[in-house]
Design a protein around this ligand. Structure first.
Ligand SMILES: [Zn+2]
Length: 247
């Protein structure tokens, strides 16, 4: 069910699902009842009870939605209670969060706060436009605004620079904004290294990167849009043990 899963600090968990967990996206033509059943199955397996993962309507932008107590009327994108925000990052004070991907970079962030305070959680959908427009630093800034001290990040599976071929002018465009994105593919053609770009944005923002996942295109246990245009989406997840958010 998971390509990677760990308790990253006491009571706080990060995981990335795999193809065995099935498609978790409602926007790829799959049966919505089946998608909801799979999402609920993961929540049940993790013992989340009545605290479902919050998913977002991802649009390759750089808006950050505040969820639950982290919501603040900033830029008008914060989700109404229980709603699905249109955004490419979400920040919460302990509410479980999910980001869907198949080649784009899923980023999960956790920030600790004072003793007895719930942690600040975040997920980010960082594809090529999101990397170029700074959705990762935007999410980090929003987390810092909630009073977190130490921030750590987990970069899930995504297409690697060796596999992600783009036109030369597109490589130049993105690299002009994030130099670490510039690369050459294994075929010797212009490429973009999005995981390296995300890593550089995190490090520049003072966030430590704890983990990086495999290449989706090279791993049959993960969904890859570049391998199959009709593919599903796997998810990056962050949640707290029951009670941690309310502690
Ligand atoms: Zn690859």
């Amino acid at each position: 069910m998971f390509s990677w899963r760990a308790e990253v600090m006491p009571g706080v968990w990060v995981a990335f699902t795999d193809a065995e967990a099935g498609n978790l996206a409602l926007h790829v033509g799959d049966d919505p009842l089946e998608v909801r059943r799979r999402r609920a199955g993961i929540e049940a397996a993790l013992g989340l009870g009545s605290r479902p993962f919050r998913y977002m309507n991802q649009v390759h932008g750089n808006e950050v939605a505040g969820i639950g107590a982290a919501a603040a009327p900033v830029r008008g994108v914060d989700a109404p209670a229980g709603g699905v925000p249109t955004a490419d990052a979400m920040v919460s004070l302990g509410e479980p969060l999910a980001v869907m991907v198949a080649d784009c970079v899923p980023v999960v962030l956790v920030g600790d706060r004072a003793e007895g305070e719930p942690p600040v959680l975040a997920v980010v959908h960082a594809g090529r436009p999101g990397v170029a427009s700074g959705v990762v630093p935007a999410a980090v800034a929003r987390m810092r605004g909630l009073g977190t001290a130490g921030l750590s990040a987990w970069i899930g599976p995504s297409v690697c620079g060796g596999c992600y071929e783009v036109p030369g002018d597109m490589r130049d465009d993105v690299a002009a904004r994030v130099p670490a994105a510039w690369c050459t593919t294994t075929r010797g053609t212009p490429g973009l290294d999005l995981p390296a770009a995300v890593r550089s944005q995190l490090q520049e923002a003072g966030v430590s990167v704890e983990y990086s996942g495999n290449c989706t295109l090279e791993d049959e246990n993960l969904f890859s849009y570049r391998r199959d245009r009709n593919t599903g989406r796997f998810a990056g997840l962050v949640w707290t043990d029951t009670g941690t958010a309310q502690r």
